[in-house]
Ligand binder design. Structure first.
Ligand code: NOJ
Length: 565
């Protein structure tokens, strides 16, 4: 290989940025900002939907003891941090996203002792544990809301958002609930409306009230003191609403097949400028501790999403990046969004990627299994922290939910939009034993039709399986820092293919993806000619990388290039 043909890896960019930032005066109240908290840059997050992961108690719903029993599996899979969807006391109207006590474990999932054991054993196994903080709203069964609705004079009245009726007796403004219908519920006893961005049983807390902020920050400290490694914060961009509660403008592109929330543009009901102060305060709470991670759930256009990194890094560490969930699965589109995202990210921000979650269709349901293999390769080789969603590693696809078994409150409230989040929340499939080894009884949601072969036991050791593909990729990420924290550079986009490289001072790798179901030829940069093929989504691929390189149908590969000069 001729040295002059070698690519120069732009590996100083990120480090230089980090140093600049370290030298900067930190604005807001971030003076004690701790710069060591970076473990998530090289690690992989794994989302567990606790109801559906592993049922130890035998009631058909997953629990903490079930998760604990699966720690060896998770460690062996090669993920690093577990994010648990809510496990707190809840009437389960929205399956835990309606919290009745921020400091208690719901008995359905176990006890506080179970939680403490899980946390300790996860840490012993080298796994981090992240909880799901739901600060925008509580359950209407929370003691705070019970007090708030008890009378207009109650000291907790202004912990929630109460308004008089409009002159016609209707709701105070035109805001729509994310699950359809008005975002206001009438309280007969006290003669006012309260605001709820989701179900009427999920009243929104008033984050302009300092007592609310203090109470929620204390709830965070309660878990941080126990040693949890961070939070994923539910709908964080909802915390600040327009102080004048103005009507949202109509959405000119709305079609009736869309969920009702799309009828108006969410201009005033969320993402107000005050949000960044709130997020910075939340971040300050995290900074009272070492090495804790704050992730924000944010569905916003890219430029607004970026603001959540915060001035001087005072925002969330990772504003969830849902671009891959929202795009059509085409080489050009995916390449373009990666380029756009990479260009938009602040110098001191760290990227993150995700393919699906408990609110979105599973990736294999969207793309089919063959492209889902490529999607896994992409997720685990892009620059940034990946979040895997449980079941993705065995390629669970579309699961039919018979009408009588629908659980999702949104699907029940808006059946005509055919949105049903249950499809992405079905039980993890562990073996070909009854109920897929998930439970000893009928699970709360059905299994996928192919569970007898699509399960962890059947796919373990099966070289070409989706599970082994994930294990190999996660192993490679751990082995080569270039694949996790290295620089990213697009190499080419053409003819259904997208290729890019990752490199650091030690090594460089090219990732080649074919989005078509026929073979495609790609140009190979000389730095990769004759290089070793480290990985292919096609288990039968052998040999070295010759130019021009032909990718098989739906194939993705990683080629190791010459070491950077
Ligand atoms: C976002 C959560 O991901 C979703 O599952 C939930 O229904 C809403 N927030 C309300 O908490």
């Amino acid at each position: 290989m001729k040295p002059e043909l070698r690519l120069r890896c732009n590996s100083t960019l990120y480090h230089a940025g980090a140093e600049r930032r370290a030298a900067c005066a930190i604005p807001l109240n971030m003076s004690d900002f701790k710069r060591a908290s970076r473990w998530w840059r090289s690690e992989t997050i794994y989302q567990i939907y606790p109801r559906s992961f592993s049922d130890h108690s035998g009631d058909g719903v997953g629990d903490l003891e079930g998760i604990r029993a699966r720690l060896p599996y998770l460690r062996d899979l090669g993920v690093d941090a577990l994010w648990l969807s809510p496990i707190f006391a809840s009437p389960m109207k929205d399956f835990g996203y309606d919290i009745a006590d921020y400091r208690a474990i719901d008995p359905l999932f176990g006890t506080m002792a179970d939680f403490d054991r899980l946390l300790a054993e996860a840490h012993e196994a080298g796994l981090k544990l992240l909880l799901d903080l739901v600060p925008n709203h509580s359950s209407d069964q929370h003691a705070w809301f019970k007090a708030s609705r008890s009378s207009r004079e109650d000291p907790k009245r202004d912990w929630y958002i109460w308004k008089d009726a409009a002159p016609d007796g209707g709701p105070p403004n035109n805001w729509i609930s994310n699950f359809g219908g008005p975002a206001w519920a009438w309280d007969e006893a006290t003669g006012q409306y309260y605001h709820h961005a989701f179900l009427a049983s999920q009243p929104d807390l008033d984050w302009r009230n300092p007592e609310v902020r203090a109470a929620m920050f204390d709830a965070m400290r309660f878990w941080l003191d126990k040693g949890v490694d961070g939070f994923r914060v539910d709908v964080i961009w909802h915390l600040a609403k327009d102080e004048h509660f103005r009507d949202n403008p109509p959405n000119p592109d709305y079609t009736p097949s869309q969920p009702e929330i799309e009828r108006n543009l969410q201009v005033h009901s969320a993402d107000q400028p005050e949000i960044h102060r709130i997020v910075a305060d939340m971040r300050s709470v995290m900074e009272e501790y070492d090495e804790r991670l704050l992730i924000g759930e944010i569905y916003l256009p890219l430029e607004r999403l970026m603001d959540y990194y915060g001035e001087g890094g005072s925002g969330v560490h990772l504003p969830f990046n849902f671009q891959l969930i929202q795009t059509d699965w085409h080489a050009q589109k995916v390449a373009a969004l990666v380029a756009e995202y990479e260009a938009a990210i602040p110098e001191d921000g760290w990227p993150n990627w995700v393919l699906s979650n408990h609110d979105q269709p599973r990736i294999a349901a969207r793309t089919g299994e063959r492209q889902a293999r490529n999607a896994a390769l992409l997720l685990l080789t892009l620059r940034g922290t990946p979040t895997l969603y449980y079941g993705e590693e065995i390629g669970i696809g579309d699961v039919e939910i018979p009408p009588g078994r629908i659980q999702d409150p949104w699907a029940k409230q808006e059946p005509e939009t055919s949105r049903n989040r249950d499809k992405a929340r079905t039980p993890m499939q562990w073996s070909s034993k009854p109920h897929a080894g998930f439970s000893t009884t009928e699970p709360w949601l059905p299994l996928s039709a192919d569970w007898q072969r699509r399960n962890v036991a059947a796919m373990t050791g099966e070289g070409s399986s989706m599970l082994e593909l994930h294990r190999s990729l996660l192993h490679l990420r751990r082995q080569h820092t270039a694949l996790s924290t290295g620089d990213y550079r697009q190499l080419s986009v053409a003819d259904d293919t997208f290729t890019f490289e990752r490199c650091d001072a030690q090594a460089r790798f090219a990732v080649l993806l074919n989005f078509a179901s026929e073979p495609r030829e790609v140009a190979l940069h000389p730095a990769y000619e004759g290089g070793a093929i480290l990985f292919s989504t096609d288990a039968k691929r052998t040999g070295a990388a010759n130019a021009p390189f032909t990718l098989g149908p739906d194939e993705g590969v990683i080629i190791q290039g010459d070491p950077p000069s």
